[in-house]
Design a binder for this molecule. Structure first.
Ligand code: GLY
Ligand code: MN
Ligand code: MN
Length: 292
């Protein structure tokens, strides 16, 4: 019966690959609640800097929004300030939130219908990016934008990831960090850039944060995109404090930008694009929220 259970799980995963209008409307609602939750996060940052567990101040500000507007969180919130942002899936959230650092927040509201959003923003704790923070941030943003432009019906799911990796490998090379040529890094045997971007760029999203996970490879990773698919684009760069392979100024900085993407008839729509995501838009959005 285990084999039959697995077959059923695979079948259900594959049925869920294309979202219908009702599902898409639910996911739009989850994204809007999550965006309001990110506004709550920004409003909580000044208080977070004064608390021993500032990351929990951010986590709980978002949790209130998830419970008041939705069913719950779609998954445990990652609130990761400073070097903690370089730890993938940091959900302890026990750290301080210090002026001058970035804070990476990965959070999603799950609607009463159980459809969830999955959004990440990386914000400057004091409202302004430093030069090196902005440089790393803009490389990740360029990778995310290139991946969105590449997403359209017929393109293979896995090629979205390759598009993002190409942008990041070029930047790492320009910065003198990549130890080999861009071509060698991008080759199957190379992948040197993955030291600083060790996760996938995309996963399907829906009832589950990692939706359709039991789908066969030929239906998921190796499949062409089709209208109605919803997935994340979430490139990042993570430079650990203890990483001696990079210049000191990069250390302790982790950046991820994650948006929720709907494949349309002729391209793709980012459902979360109106949550500020450029350096300038983030800085003015934070300043406005702190004024009001
Ligand atoms: N929040 C989990 C993920 O981004 O996959
Ligand atoms: Mn995700
Ligand atoms: Mn996420």
């Amino acid at each position: 019966s285990d084999a039959l259970d697995n077959e059923l799980a695979e079948f259900l995963s594959e049925l869920r690959l294309i979202k219908d209008e009702h599902e898409i409307a639910e996911m739009r609602g989850s994204v809007e609640s999550t965006i309001r939750g990110f506004e709550d996060i920004v409003r909580a940052i000044p208080q977070a800097t004064k608390h021993d567990r500032g990351e929990r101040v951010i986590e709980t500000a978002f949790f209130a929004r998830a419970r008041l507007e939705g069913n719950d969180l779609g998954y445990d919130t990652i609130a990761a300030a400073g070097n903690n942002a370089t730890v993938l899936h940091w959900i302890r959230n026990t750290g301080q939130v210090n002026e001058g650092d970035l804070v990476l927040v990965d959070a999603g509201v799950e609607a009463d219908s159980l459809y969830t959003a999955d959004i990440t923003r990386t914000l400057p704790v004091n409202g302004t990016f430093t030069e090196i923070q902005a440089k790393i941030y803009n490389a990740v943003l360029e990778a995310a934008d290139a991946a969105l432009v590449a997403a359209k019906p017929g393109v293979l799911f896995r090629d979205i990831h390759l598009t993002a990796m190409e942008v990041l490998a070029h930047h790492l090379s320009d910065w003198g960090i990549l130890p080999v040529s861009v071509d060698e890094a991008l080759s199957a045997e190379g992948q040197h850039h993955r030291r600083w971007m060790p996760h996938g760029t995309s996963h399907h999203l829906g009832l589950d944060v990692h939706d359709c996970a039991q789908a066969r490879r030929e239906m998921y990773l190796d499949a062409p995109l089709r209208p109605g698919m919803v997935f994340t684009i979430e490139p990042g760069l993570y430079f650990k404090n203890e990483d001696l392979a990079i210049p000191a100024e990069y250390r302790g900085i982790g950046v991820r930008i994650e948006d929720d993407i709907l494949v349309t008839e002729d391209g793709a729509e980012s459902l979360s694009a109106h949550l500020p995501r450029t350096v300038q838009d983030i800085e003015s959005w934070m300043a406005d929220l702190w004024k009001s």
